[in-house]
Design a binder for this molecule. Structure first.
Ligand code: ADP
Length: 450
């Protein structure tokens, strides 16, 4: 096992990874920008290295600085967390070339799944169902019009290199198509330096269902169940839960079998997530994330498996400790992403934390880098804490969530806790009957669309 791991990230996820490392007796190296000098992930780590200025480009995306930090601290492996360099195949490649272990999948798998057009092509071959669409990159409006005539409106135009909910445009009819295509191409070029886009049928009432996998380098594949991440704003998840209130075992089991087969066919290693939209009893693959997900804790709560520690063991060449057949999820878990933003206007709200009183009690977990006096800089992701609760039943879990949200005190910045409280109180959330469009509808009308 590694003696020292460098954590190439910040905030709650850097703290989360540090915790697993310490439980495994591994020393940690934190890297940080100037603004993060006094951050919790830096305070907790065994050692820390300042890697540059505040813009992500100059610090958390600065590959030479991160690799130099690994070199001077004698770290053996690098955990990228999520975001930043987690899905950068070049970073994984250079890391391994320099003799460090990248705690994640092979660069080839990161590259394959990072190109959504190629990813869809690949999983189709492995027998996973996909959404009707262009199946390849589109360049001309005439070609787009031909495909739309075939699959029907509305359609969604998505960036091949997309991520984080960016670069997607919906066209409801033929008059909107040309403009939506041009907008999507421009946005894709600006955000990802790659203007390739593709078209999919825009589904009206789907749920976002994703499957967590863990694979080792000995051919073992474990499926850790599904997560329902349908509550989203601008295609970004804000509440996630497992199991999904919409699925039966008769529906999830065949899906898990197909996902496991795809992993075996690919020879995948490490943790990964297959994302699907689910509508009228059908699953449609949309993308695969080749990394740890923000919402991984809900899976940990019901399976009792520490996904980060399994990632580290797999990277060290060990066998998975949990065979798929022996994993029996227990109870229900829900996560709320606590963002530093105005709960009504969603304007970012960086600043200095004055009071910080996280909730506790049975079945409550908080993953966060906050403490009284902590600085939330304006340069990075707005998610500053994750509240994760567990209950024996969904009803118990929802009641616990409402109670924990009531206790949670964060002052000095604005957070979306009031929005979570409102959502959790709705009868639709309590009944578990929502789709990916419900939150948008709720924000516009004060009611869920279902
Ligand atoms: P990203 O990588 O940017 O997160 P995804 O392909 O994972 O993009 O899609 C993010 C979200 O966008 C989905 O969870 C869903 O809410 C919405 N979405 C994506 N494709 C479709 C589609 N074909 N129809 C309806 N909504 C979609």
């Amino acid at each position: 096992m590694f003696k020292k791991v460098l954590i190439a990230n910040r905030g709650e996820i850097a703290v989360r990874i540090h915790r697993s490392c310490r439980e495994m007796g591994i020393a940690t190296v934190a890297v940080h920008s100037v603004a993060d000098e006094h951050a919790l992930h830096v305070k907790l780590a065994t050692e820390s290295v300042c890697i540059g200025n505040n813009p992500p480009r100059e610090s958390y995306l600065n590959i030479p600085a991160i690799l130099s930090a690994a070199e001077i601290t004698n770290a053996e492996a690098i955990h990228p967390g999520y975001g930043f360099l987690a899905e950068n195949a070049k970073f994984a490649e250079i890391t391994e070339k320099l003799g460090f272990t990248f705690i994640g999948p092979t660069p080839a798998h990161i590259r394959l799944m990072g190109d959504k057009i190629e990813a869809i092509r690949a999983v189709k071959e492995f027998g996973l169902p996909t959404i009707p669409g262009s199946g390849g990159a589109l360049s001309e409006a005439a070609e787009a019009a031909r495909i739309c005539a075939e699959i029907g409106f509305p359609v969604i135009i998505k960036a091949a290199a997309g991520g984080g909910g960016r670069g997607m445009k919906v066209a409801h009819d033929a008059t909107q198509l040309e403009h939506a295509l041009a907008m999507a191409q421009n946005e894709a070029q600006a955000a990802f330096g790659d203007n390739r886009v593709y078209i999919e049928k825009f589904l009206q009432t789907p749920r976002h269902i994703e499957v967590q996998v863990l694979c080792d380098t000995h051919g073992n594949v474990s499926i850790l169940g599904e997560r329902d991440c349908s509550l989203q704003r601008r295609h970004q998840k804000i509440i996630e839960e497992t199991p999904s209130a919409a699925l039966t075992d008769a529906e999830r089991e065949p899906l898990f079998t197909r996902v496991a087969e795809a992993c075996r066919n690919m020879g995948y290693r490490g943790a990964g997530t297959f994302e699907f939209l689910y509508e009228n009893g059908q699953f449609y693959f949309i993308e695969m994330n080749t990394r740890l997900q923000v919402e991984h804790p809900v899976t940990e709560m019901v399976t009792g498996i520490d996904i980060v520690s399994e990632q580290i063991r797999v990277a060290a060449g060990e066998k998975l400790r949990y065979a798929h057949e022996t994993i029996t999820p227990r109870g229900h878990s829900i996560e709320c992403r606590i963002n530093a933003e105005d709960p009504v206007t969603f304007t970012p709200s960086p600043g200095k934390i004055v009071e910080y009183v996280p909730p506790g009690g049975p079945g409550v977990r908080v993953d966060s880098g906050l403490f009284p006096g902590a600085i939330v800089p304006p340069y990075y992701d707005a998610t500053v804490a994750k509240l994760i609760v567990h209950g024996h039943t969904r009803a118990e879990c929802v009641a616990r969530l409402a109670r924990a949200l009531e206790e949670f005190v964060i002052t000095g910045i604005k957070t979306n806790i009031p929005l979570h409280q409102k959502l959790v109180a709705t009868k639709e959330f309590r009944a578990g009957t929502y789709t990916i469009h419900s939150l948008t509808h709720f924000l516009e009308t004060g009611r869920f669309s279902t």
